[in-house]
Design a protein around this ligand. Structure first.
Ligand SMILES: C[C@H](C(=O)O)C(=O)SCCNC(=O)CCNC(=O)[C@H](O)C(C)(C)COP(=O)(O)OP(=O)(O)OC[C@H]1O[C@@H](n2cnc3c(N)ncnc32)[C@H](O)[C@@H]1OP(=O)(O)O
Ligand SMILES: [Co+2]
Length: 134
C-alpha cells in the first residue's frame, strides 16, 4: 500500500533562517515559502535527489505546529509523508485495521495540490504519518 517517501517535514522556529541554512550551509535547492491556510502552515520545500524536505512554520493561531514548537522550541522532525495510489482505499483499510485518521477523515488538498490525510502518531510508533495520493 504505501509507496515512495514523498517528504520528511521539519517544524522550524525561524523559516527564513532554516531556508538559508539549507540553501547556503547545506547547498540544497530551496523553494519559496508557500502559505497553506487550510493546514495552518507556511511550507518551504527542499528538493533532494530521492525525496523532499518540507520545512513547516505556523500560519495562524490555530496552527497545529504551534503546540509542537512549544514542546520543541528548537524545532524537530514533525511528520513523514508516504505516497499511496488511492487515498480513500488506503484510509478505509487503515480504519479497518483500527488506525485513527485525523481531522474529519476526508482528505484535504495538500501543498502539492494532491489529497492528503494524517494518521495519529500514537498509532505509528510516535510518528505522525501523512499519506499523499500521487
Ligand atoms: C500541507 C502540508 C503537506 O505536506 O501537504 C502538511 O504537511 S500540513 C502539516 C500540518 N498538519 C498537521 O500536522 C495535521 C495533523 N496533526 C494533528 O492533527 C495534530 O497536530 C496532532 C493530533 C498530531 C497532535 O495534536 P496536538 O498537538 O493538539 O495534540 P497533543 O499535543 O495533545 O499531542 C498528543 C500526543 O501526540 C504527540 N504528538 C503531537 N504531535 C506530534 C508529532 N508531530 N509527532 C509525534 N508525536 C506528536 C504529543 O507529544 C502527545 O504525546 P503525549 O500524549 O505522549 O504527550
Ligand atoms: Co507534509
Amino acid at each position: 500500500m504505501i509507496g515512495r517517501l514523498n517528504h520528511v517535514a521539519i517544524a522550524v522556529p525561524d523559516l527564513e533562517a532554516a531556508s538559508a541554512q539549507y540553501r547556503n550551509t547545506l547547498g540544497a535547492t530551496v523553494g519559496a515559502p508557500q502559505d497553506e491556510p487550510d493546514h495552518g502552515v507556511t511550507v518551504v520545500f527542499i528538493e533532494l535527489p530521492n525525496t523532499k524536505i518540507e520545512l513547516l512554520y505556523p500560519l495562524g493561531d490555530e496552527s497545529p505546529i504551534n503546540g509542537f514548537l512549544e514542546k520543541n522550541p528548537s524545532g524537530g522532525i514533525h511528520h513523514i509523508c508516504y505516497e499511496v495510489d488511492d487515498i480513500l482505499k488506503a484510509r478505509d483499510h487503515l480504519l479497518a485495521e483500527g488506525a485513527r485518521v485525523l481531522g474529519s477523515g476526508e482528505p484535504k488538498i495538500g501543498a502539492h495540490g494532491k489529497p492528503v490525510l494524517f494518521l495519529h502518531p500514537k498509532d505509528f510508533n510516535g510518528c505522525l504519518v501523512e499519506l499523499e495520493q500521487v
